[in-house]
Design a protein around this ligand. Structure first.
Ligand code: NAD
Length: 290
């Protein structure tokens, strides 16, 4: 018997990485899963994994930056799966750039998805939970970048710092309805979004990240999924408005520094950035459709 047997969890960005890890873990804990993603191909793959575990999966195509699409996705998920207990506002993108170069479009997409998208998801989910009067759990994806930042990553950090602070206000408002709201701050987790930070399994970047991280390894989606399962389970009923870092100790580790361009790590990073760029080109038209 899992810790959230019979519940329904709605997860945005569940077609890849941490969201997919959360879908699989919450399914193992006994929940049926609504998989909301802009990338239907990835969402359908996650649905297969959930069904293999023996739980129901409902796939919904949704842009987290669109209020209409988020509201529709929450309504259709509750209707299809018959309940609505948990929401994980996880969909996010990363657009790096310096203060001299960052394009307004990249700033705006990042704010629309990472910050407004989390607000829209939490709002639609909270309204549904209040309507159903069964309480609920909302988990929002911030990042270690909500408190640590640097050159090129400050815009992403700004959106994540926003998530970190918003949940504290929502916790005040939703506590009386039996709904908890918490934020998670992952360190470097091996997913497509962070491929250039995590590197390849046998590459030089990975070697350096593993060495730099006090626990000796890069994070996996299953690590963060375990924390999400805790926040959605019975042991976390007294926790709300919190921001929980899970980073293998990276926050206080010594700085890694940028590799020299001739260093194999820099070459690997460029290849991984190009690879991620191809996925970005495929998904951008979908992000632009609101
Ligand atoms: P990922 O790219 O593997 O997964 C993100 C998912 O979100 C993808 O399936 C993508 O299609 C979906 N998505 C993107 N834009 C969307 C939109 N507008 N509407 C709906 N879905 C959309 O990335 P990930 O690493 O699993 O990231 C998940 C979350 O975790 C993000 O919010 C990210 O900022 C955060 N995070 C990741 C790391 C890390 O190291 N991977 C660290 C800290 C925080």
């Amino acid at each position: 018997m899992g810790t959230i047997e019979g519940k329904v969890a709605f997860i945005t960005g569940a077609g890849s990485g941490i969201g997919r890890g959360a879908a699989v873990r919450l399914a193992r804990e006994g929940a049926d899963i609504a998989i909301a993603d802009i990338d239907l191909e990835g969402a359908n793959e996650t649905a297969e994994l959930v069904r293999e575990i023996g739980q129901k999966a409902h796939v919904v195509s949704m842009n987290a930056a669109s209020q209409r699409q988020v509201d529709d996705a929450v309504a259709s998920s509750a209707a299809a799966l018959g309940r609505f207990d948990i929401a994980v506002a996880n969909a996010g993108i990363a657009r790096a750039g310096s203060i001299l170069d960052l394009q307004l479009k990249d700033w705006q997409d990042q704010v629309d998805i990472n910050l407004t998208g989390v607000f829209l998801t939490a709002q639609a989910a909270a309204r549904k939970m209040v309507e159903l009067k069964n309480g609920g759990r909302i988990v929002c994806m911030a990042s270690l970048a909500a408190e640590n930042t640097g050159a090129m990553s400050w815009a992403y950090s700004a959106t994540k710092a926003g998530v970190r602070i918003m949940v504290r206000g929502w916790a005040q408002e939703l506590g009386p309805h039996g709904i908890t709201v918490n934020a998670i701050g992952p360190g470097i987790i091996e997913t497509p979004l962070a491929s250039m930070l995590a590197g390849r399994e046998d590459g030089e970047i990975r070697k350096q990240v593993d060495e730099r991280t006090p626990v000796g390894r890069v994070g996996q989606p299953s690590d963060i999924a375990g924390l999400i399962a805790f926040l959605c389970g019975p042991d976390a009923s007294f926790m709300t408005g919190s921001y929980l870092i899970m980073d293998g100790g990276l926050r206080d580790a010594r700085a890694g520094g940028m590799p020299d361009p001739t260093d194999p790590r820099a070459v690997e990073a460029m290849e991984l950035i190009q690879q991620e760029g191809q996925r970005r080109q495929r998904l951008q038209p979908l992000i632009d459709e609101r």
